[in-house]
Design a protein around this ligand. Sequence first.
Ligand code: C2E
Ligand code: MG
Ligand code: MG
Ligand code: MG
Length: 287
Amino acid sequence: MAKRKGRDQVNWFDAEREREQTQLTQLIKKLRRAMEHKELILYYQPKVDMKRCQVVGVEALLRWQKADGTLVPPGDFLPHIEQHPFSIEVGDFVIEQALTQMEAWRKAGLKLPVSVNVSALQLLDQRFVEALVTHLRNHPKVEPADFEIEILESAAIGKINEAAKVIERCKALGVSVSLDDFGTGYAALDYLKRLPAQTLKIDQSFVRDMQGDDTDMTIVKGIMGLADAFGFNVIAEGVETPEQGRLLVALGCDIGQGYGIARPMPATDVHDWVSNWNCPSDWQFHG
Ligand code: C2E
Ligand code: MG
Ligand code: MG
Ligand code: MG
């Protein structure tokens, strides 16, 4: 009886695995088609220097805009493909799109730093830096110093030496690197010493609750202290209210990004937004 049950369970696992495989294959097919039909697009979310009231750049965020108008967020499809080589193609496409957009903005008189998210698989892929060099060469109007990649703090875990080498090579190209969702990846402090990234992005979960939750406030302060000690820039994600912005500036975190400043927007809206943005009146820090 026990044996029988075991075999049934194996069969069930096999069937389940097969079903997942089929779903993945279908999703990849759909995404490939979406890419060809220009349904995979980038939205851009501003990052601002809250202290000086200046726009300092934008982050490119992937969206799947279906023919019927629905906008699918990346969390609904990227996690399913993140272990599959196809995700590297998507990542490559994102870099190409972002550089093309930067060049278009440049032509229109807007010089705007742009960051893109890079997955662990993409970052550690042998051809990553080579591909980046080619993309930059194809877009000579873009200054590499205006281009940045964001990697999850957790992306480097277990592969610290490899990740450090890639980051070093990006740096040599003039491209900067930030550690995204910082504080959630359980990276050892030793990582910070070894990863030649420039910026820590404080995860939005800490920013969201820092006013009501002493622990989150302590974490935000702790990250600020680490950044200071190790020489990183910091940026706060998930700034949803002017009060949060004010508090962050008081803590020494000048750069912020979040719905309270601007939601991610289509590329066509960015130029106007940048030209018209005024910081909230209670952010007049005069510093
Ligand atoms: P992320 O890189 O940490 O990006 C920030 C996410 O938080 C974005 O979600 C953004 O819309 C959202 N956000 C920004 N401000 C606020 C706020 O004030 N409150 C709240 N609640 N959320 C805010 P989005 O666009 O859905 O992206 C989710 C994640 O998907 C990104 O997190 C990033 O890890 C990943 N992702 C997005 N685009 C790409 C891409 O092109 N390649 C890769 N590999 N990953 C991507
Ligand atoms: Mg990011
Ligand atoms: Mg983040
Ligand atoms: Mg995130």
